[in-house]
Every structure is written in C-alpha cells, then in structure tokens.
Design a protein around this ligand. Structure first.
Ligand code: UDX
Length: 446
C-alpha cells in the first residue's frame, strides 16, 4: 500500500473518545490518558460518569483507581453522558459497548448499532478527519457491514473524511489494566492505511509488536484467540478424565506438555470448566455464525460440550464417595467464575448447584465476593459467612473457585464435617492432605 496521508495529519497527543465505560472502555480510556492523550469517556449512566469524573472507578480492577485519579486530576481524562460532544471534540473514537448473547447463542449487536448512530450524528458537526475504531468483540464482517453503513448514512465519506478500525482487546477481568499497559501484541485492523496509522499513533508509547491488518482479520484474531484458549482448557479437561482412569495426575502431564514452547503451560489447568463474560459467549457466537454460513463447527461444539459436562462430573465424583445426595448437606466453596472478582456470569458453580439441588442435596454456599450476585441466579440454597460455617456438619464439599483463602484451609477444618470428603475442582489444596484422614478427590487426579 502506498502512503496516502501525511505524518503531520496525526497529532501526537490525540483527542480520543471512548464509548462505553465498562471494564474494557474505562481501562482503555485510563490507559491511553496515562500516555498523555486527551480522553473523553462516554457512558449513558450519569452516576457512572460522575464517579469517573471524581476519579472513582465504578468497577474494581487492580491499579485502576490510582491511575484514574492521576489522569482525572491532571486533566487527561474526563467523562460525559453526551456522546455527540465527545465525538465532536475528538479525532479517534473507540467503540467499547457490550455485545451480549441472545438466548439462541447468537450475538446481539444492538448496542453497537445504537452507538454507531450516535457517532454518525456527532460526526456531522465534526471538522477534520476522524477514525471510528471498534474494540468490542464482533463477528467477522460486522465493522464493514454493520458499523460502516451507519456511519456513511450520517453523511461523511469513508476514506477521505472518516476511517474505520478494529482493535480487539485481550483483557482478563481483574488484571485488565496490566494486560492493557503490557500487551503481548496490539492488533490494528483498518479500512485503509491512514485509519491504521491514526490508531497506531494512539499506541505509540506502548512496547509491543503491532499487527496491522484489515478489519475482518482483526475481528477473526479476537475470536480465534478466545476459541483457542477455551479449546486448551476443554482439552485439558477431557484429558483429565483419561488421567483419572489410568491413575495419573493431569497436572503432572500438563506441566511437562506445557514446557514445549509450541504449546505453553497456560490455560491447561484442568478443572470444572471455563466461565466468565467472554469465553462461553464468544464460543456460542462463533458456533452460531459458523452454522449460519453452512460450516460445521465440530471442534467448537465439542469444546462447549466438555465445558457443560465438567461441572456434572465433579458432582458425580461426590456421589461416588458419599452415595445418594438426597437429604445430604453439601458445602460449596466458591461461586464466582474465577477468584478476585464478584462476577458470576457463566460461572461453573451454577450447573453444579443446580445438579446438587436436582439430586435433593441441601446446599450451603460461601464465596468471599460473589454471594449477592449468585443469589440472583438460583433459589433454594443457604449462604453462610465463612468457609468453615459451610463445612460444619456437612456430608461433602466441593471447591469451585480458587480463592486464596481456600488454599489456607487445613485438614482440621475439614474434620468439622460429618464426613470429610473434598472434591477439589481447581486444584486449590495440596493432594497430600489425603494423608490426614480426609477423602480428597480432584479433577484429573488418578
Ligand atoms: C478471558 C480472556 O483471557 C481474555 O483475553 C478475554 O479478553 C476475555 O476472556 P477472563 O474471562 O477475564 O478473560 O478470564 P480468564 O482468566 O481467561 O479465565 C476464564 C475462565 O477459564 C475462568 O472460569 C477460569 O477459571 C477458566 N480457566 C482458565 C480454566 O479452567 N483453566 C485454565 O487453565 C485457565
């Protein structure tokens, strides 16, 4: 591609608007502001906007509060609920709104469409070149088939007046700011070279390889990353079942397998499966999309199936140890989809608890942060204040989330149970604990 823009067109300290102030938008806005850009964060929720302007992040992310306070105090970041004003006063807009799943698993782009309409309206009064960059996870083709026509309808010409970009995020909840500031790579898709150059400028101060590509490739990279990570987890989970049968420990196996740099050890921890706001949603969307274009997503469907069955396998293990669950008191330790969050979206605790209830068990649950959110998902269980309270007089326990505080539980704590049977779904405890008069079973431990 020939150079069709002047380097001077692009300002070093850019004026950036970020639409949607959830964990992706706020982390993106704060991180870019910390590099000296003028950032305006936009959200419909006025309470969120006020909080951000006071330097108070509405969500918890490690390190975010300090950085947000710094950038708001120094005037690099402000928030507003007025999207038109934000677009008018910026040269690059990141779209960071949610793309939830519809009940059939397909992706809902309503928020993307609504925000694109507002951006198009804001651009009418905007002087000079502007780039609209999608950060939300969207299926291949969405940026040029959904966003582009809406922006064009606003009256600006794609190319000379407006550029389009697709810059996926790879942020893990809880460590999102670190992931943003120290990325493994930055993927920039663009409708032309100039749009890519503008987005690249926003990341000028970041130390990471930059992959410059087209819009669809960028959209695919995000889905391929998440699908492959989820596949690794389901692979480890399926292999775990084999290890249980042949009497070996899947963690020993994966430790060695992961030493191969072509594979790497991460995301090979067997357990009761993956949850959260991304993996299950993105896989379902990809399956639905593949079928819609007449493909057979065999691997992806298998990944989801393993993930559905894994929590039930844990409950089956418990049944093997203590017999019928009807009338038994079962302690469930950990309700969130991973530690250090109160997020229970797609948590594996839900199918587990449902299975326990179906089998007639009395469930006593404890989680350091997730009990309130979990109580909105299911009725008929009791919540207690500590792990020990859950364990007392119980017939069995299931550890579902790898919270640090569960790692400190000792054999004596389990001796308070009526029968000290532990099903450790996240390899939280040292298997050696079984030498101390408890029954210890863990997924993938033969
Ligand atoms: C994930 C991706 O990592 C991130 O790049 C993307 O942008 C959003 O989705 P997140 O959902 O925050 O991030 O959590 P992550 O730490 O990836 O864990 C996801 C789920 O997989 C959790 O339920 C976790 O317990 C499970 N998991 C993870 C395993 O079961 N085994 C593993 O080895 C790793």
């Amino acid at each position: 591609m020939g150079k069709d823009y002047e380097r001077e067109d692009i300002l070093r300290n850019m004026r950036i608007s970020v639409i949607g102030s959830g964990y992706v938008g706020l982390v993106t806005g704060t991180g870019l502001a910390s590099k000296g850009h003028d950032v305006i964060c936009v959200d419909k929720d006025k309470t969120k906007v006020d909080k951000i302007n006071e330097g108070e992040p509405p969500i918890y992310e490690e390190g975010l509060k300090d950085m947000l306070q710094e950038v708001t105090t120094e005037g690099y970041l402000r928030a507003t609920d007025d999207i038109f004003e934000a677009v008018k006063n910026s040269d690059l807009t990141f779209l960071c709104v949610g793309t939830p799943s519809l009940p059939d698993g397909s992706i809902d782009t309503t928020y993307i469409e609504e925000a694109s309409k507002d951006i198009a309206a804001g651009l009418k009064e905007k002087l000079g070149y502007h780039v609209v960059c999608v950060k939300s996870t969207v299926l291949p083709g969405t940026t040029d088939h959904v966003v582009m026509p809406i922006i064009e309808e606003g009256g600006k010409e794609i190319g000379p007046e407006v550029g389009l970009g697709m810059n996926p995020e790879f942020l893990r909840e809880g460590v999102a700011l670190k992931d943003f500031m120290e990325p493994d790579r930055i993927v920039i898709g663009g409708s032309d070279e100039k749009s890519i150059a503008v987005i690249n400028e926003a990341y000028e101060e970041f130390d990471a390889p930059v992959i410059k590509t087209d819009l669809r490739t960028a959209e695919c990279i995000k889905y391929a990353s998440n699908a492959l990570l989820a596949t690794k987890i389901s692979f480890a989970n399926e292999f775990a079942l084999l290890c249980e049968e042949v009497g070996v420990d899947v963690y020993d196996v994966m430790d060695a397998v992961g030493k191969d740099h072509r594979i790497c050890r991460q995301f090979l921890n067997a357990g009761c499966g993956f949850g959260g706001s991304c993996f299950p949603k993105d896989l379902k969307a990809l399956v639905d999309f593949s079928k819609a274009i007449s493909l057979k997503p065999r691997i992806l469907e298998a990944v989801l199936k393993v993930n559905e069955e894994q929590p039930i396998h844990a409950i089956d293990m418990l049944t093997e140890e203590i017999g019928r669950l009807s009338g038994k008191k079962i302690a469930v330790l950990g309700l969130t989809f991973k530690p250090d969050t109160d997020d229970v979206r797609e948590t594996r605790a839900l199918p587990m608890v449902r299975s326990l209830l179906q089998r007639g068990a009395h469930v006593f649950a404890y989680d350091p942060m997730g009990m309130e959110n979990f109580s909105e998902l299911v009725d008929g269980i009791e919540y207690v204040d500590t792990a020990i309270d859950a364990l007392k007089n119980s017939d069995g326990c299931v550890i579902q989330t790898a919270w640090d505080e569960f790692k400190t539980l000792k054999a004596d704590d389990f001796h308070r149970m009526k029968s000290p049977v532990i099903i450790d779904c996240r390899r939280v405890l040292n298997p050696e604990i079984e030498k101390e008069d408890v029954v210890y079973r863990s997924i993938g431990l033969g």
